[in-house]
Design a protein. Structure first.
Length: 427
């Protein structure tokens, strides 16, 4: 809520264990994919975040009912009574609403979808989604901000993306499972959340080859052949990175239960370069990470790139770590314009940052200084909370509703590790 704040006071090293919830960037897409088949779906490891509730409302308006039957478990029922219209008042609240396009078009042959909302950090056009679906036989009309899509029956196609777009890969995948023939997606996004969606679709009866690679091959099945299933959501690597960053600036030793090193390989290497000691415990779904941080961090240069490179969602956390590191680091944003909007807020805490276009030069200072700041988006909000852990005095973070969209009890989990942090009503 806008009338709440997160208050943070420096409290020294963090200790203990934190459980990493399911990934926001996966669960919303899995929820949309339940449009593909009738029956009762069960999703486990579902994070308690606001965006899950918003997506549930959108799907309810289309015809899929949701019920949280346990703290981390969602039951979704598709009775087959689907109205393929996504209303603006719900779509505008969440960018992941675009993910209903592929399933609805593939199964029902028509969709009416308002252009999606979400975080405001620059233009993210859906041209690649539309061009890919057009290659499969869809036609589109844009009228008054609403995309009207039709396709009597999609057909397989060879689709090569000029950029490995996560959203376009997801929409082509979910459309292709019911397309006639074979669809090949080249330069597909390779994020772990894409593999999670593929595995979910396969458990529903889809035929997908090349999971985890940049070439995905989908052999379409007849409409109605897919079935409901149950699935555990992959852990949230961005939430895991947030707790790693919290330990990095605070010091201490923490175990991240459920965090998967194989999903964060490049980031863990760069965090090691900054002075963190990180070890992997177990493997696959049973894995965890242990992190130690003692002494000042070292500055590094970082550039965002598509997976397996450094994700743009990690960048606010890295910039925050660099603000208290020894030396000067240069951070380059290669994916989205406008994602340095939180820099002014970090500067209010005493950070020495110069941002120009796609680059930010961060000169580390010994100590940040607490001040009132405001979260401009989900990841920047979490980064400001992390910065508060490294700041002398009290830091007050407003715009908490952004954090709630992507974080499952960030305050409670940090407090359990020994952070001096609380949620309070606005004065």
């Amino acid at each position: 809520m806008d009338d709440e704040r997160i208050l943070i006071r420096r409290a020294g090293p963090l200790q203990g264990e934190v459980v990493i919830p399911g990934a926001k960037n996966s669960v919303l897409k899995l929820m949309a994919a339940t449009l593909l088949a009738d029956g009762e779906f069960t999703l486990t490891n579902v994070p308690a975040i606001a965006d899950v509730g918003i997506m549930a409302e959108l799907l309810e308006a289309i015809g899929v009912r949701s019920e949280r039957v346990a703290p981390d478990q969602l039951r979704m029922v598709n009775s087959g009574n689907i109205n393929p219209v996504a209303p603006y008042e719900l779509v505008e609240r969440i960018r992941a609403s675009i993910n209903v396009l592929g399933p609805l078009l593939g199964r029902f042959g028509r969709v009416s979808l308002s252009l999606p909302g979400g975080d405001d950090f620059g233009s993210r056009p859906i041209d690649m989604h539309l061009h890919g679906l057009e290659a499969m036989g869809a036609t589109f009309e844009l009228r008054h901000g609403v995309v009207e899509a039709t396709a009597e029956r999609l057909h397989g196609a060879d689709i090569t993306f000029e950029f490995p777009s996560v959203g376009a890969t997801e929409n082509i995948l979910t459309a292709a499972v019911y397309a006639k023939g074979t669809t090949v997606i080249d330069n597909a996004a390779r994020e772990p959340e894409i593999a999670d969606l593929c595995n979910f679709l396969v458990s529903m009866g889809a035929h997908i080859e090349g999971i985890g690679s940049s070439t995905l091959t989908v052999h379409g099945v007849e409409r109605g052949e897919l079935h409901a299933t149950q699935h555990a959501v992959v852990p949230d690597r961005i939430q895991a990175a947030t707790y790693l960053a919290a330990v990095a600036v605070s010091g201490g030793e923490v175990v991240l239960r459920g965090a998967r090193a194989d999903h964060m390989d490049m980031l863990l290497r760069r965090f090691h370069d900054m002075g963190l000691t990180i070890t992997s415990i177990g493997a696959g779904a049973e894995s965890s990470l242990a992190v130690w941080s003692h002494g000042q961090l070292r500055s590094i240069d970082v550039a965002t790139l598509p997976y397996p490179g450094i994700a743009t969602d990690y960048k606010p956390l890295i910039v925050t770590m660099l603000t208290v590191a020894d030396g000067v680091g240069i951070v380059t944003e290669n994916l989205y314009p406008g994602r340095f909007r939180y820099v002014e807020e970090l500067q209010r805490l005493g950070a020495d940052i110069r941002a120009d276009g796609h680059h930010a030069v961060v000169r580390g200072v010994r100590q940040l200084s607490g001040a009132p700041v405001r979260a401009p988006d989900i990841r920047a909000g979490a980064a400001l909370v992390v910065a508060g852990l490294a700041a002398d005095g009290e830091t007050s973070v407003a715009g908490v509703h952004h954090v709630d969209r992507g974080y499952d009890d960030l305050v409670g989990r940090l407090a359990a590790l020994g952070a001096d942090i609380e949620r309070v009503p606005a004065p």
